[in-house]
Write a protein that binds this ligand. Sequence first.
Ligand code: ADP
Length: 460
Amino acid sequence: MVKLKNKITAYFVILSMILIALISIMANIFIKKGFDKYIVTNLENKKTSIITSLTSQYHNGGWDIKGLESIGVNALENGIIVRVEGSNKSIIWNARQYNSGMCESMIRRINKDMVDLFPKFQGNYIENNYDILDNGNKVGVAYIGYYGPYYYSESEILFFKMLNRILIIVAFVGIILAVFVGILISGSIVKPIVRVINTSKLIAAHNYKNPIDENTNIYEINSLIASVNYLAKSLDEQETLRKVLTKDIAHELRTPLTTIQSHLEAIMDGIWEPSKERLSSIHEEIQRLYRLIGDLDKLSKFEGEDINLKRSKEDIKDIFNGILINFEKSLKDKNIRTVVEGESYILNVDRDKMSQGIINIISNAIKYTNYGGIININWYNLNNEIRISIKDNGIGIGEKHLPYIFERFYRADESRARITGGSGIGLSITKAIVEAHNGEIEVLSNLEKGTEFIIKIPIA
Ligand code: ADP
């Protein structure tokens, strides 16, 4: 588990780090580009502002040294070295003359700052000259020198460094978050997957009683957990059924064999006379065994691939008339009333087999309905299939037995009393017959209230 979790966390963190590094580099490039653009525009503005000041200074009464000095010193503070020459090339004001040391040290400092900030930066001292015009006449030339192609002032350097620092902090926080989220995500993915792996191993070892109770926010993982839990539940049910089946087969075989054996022994020991009654009781038990084997034989034929249905066009009404005639006596014996409702519908079925399936249900209904009860039989067409309902008001079937009622040898009466029931194969046979006709069978039941079987047979 640790291995899997570490791997997923590592992938996630590495991926996030690459992404964050890429974003940081791109952000750095774009910020630098944008900032340079701002600096260049700012420099141009500074130059224009100096020329404008000089022009207006001349316009207001000719060159005034004090005024020029104020403009020049201001420019110097902004990293610009100004020299103004008159129209006859005579120097009127020169920053280098005003403070030569300051000019030199300023250019050196700017150069150092720029190279410190961008080691590959190639800058030089640049000087541009502009004619000063007054009423269209050239009255002088201004020489504007600076460190070019552009330079950052001290406050701009501070601002740029702060931006970079923020970027580094954001990237760092991003990486820490990535590690944190990576651990969280890998935890929420890996933990349930490990549960699934462990549960699968338990299932392989026939241990089905440990469903996974993990719940995640990931749909696919929840579906995987639900499938594994469903698999465990189905296998558990199958195993329980197999055990019950083995026990029930043993019971069904043992009961008649024990009777036969004890009767024969009593006759052989001379305790009983081999009278007709005794022998016919043994014969009955042998017949019972034959019936059981015959039922199993039928079932295996219906459930096999090669079911040979002899289909013909049959009226459902005729089929029921034929069946009910044979039940007249047993219905009368228990004073059970039948109510039969349904129109003629032609079905393409194997009449004998379909009748056999219905007979099993009706004989159960009679068997499990008390004296004076009622059995309702009706059929109708719904969406191109005939639905046949056989409903009694007998003893009903407990909820816990309902899912298994069609399993072979299954009986809701766990004591398997011989007086009430058969061997528990009848409904398995009925289900196999219905399914061979591409139909379905359902059961609804309430203890003490009654049971309804619904058979659905497609008309086509
Ligand atoms: P059996 O030969 O024992 O009747 P079936 O396969 O026909 O076997 O039926 C299986 C079990 O279903 C029966 O043992 C009985 O417990 C229950 N059962 C079937 N039909 C009914 C019914 N109409 N009312 C109550 N229980 C029923």
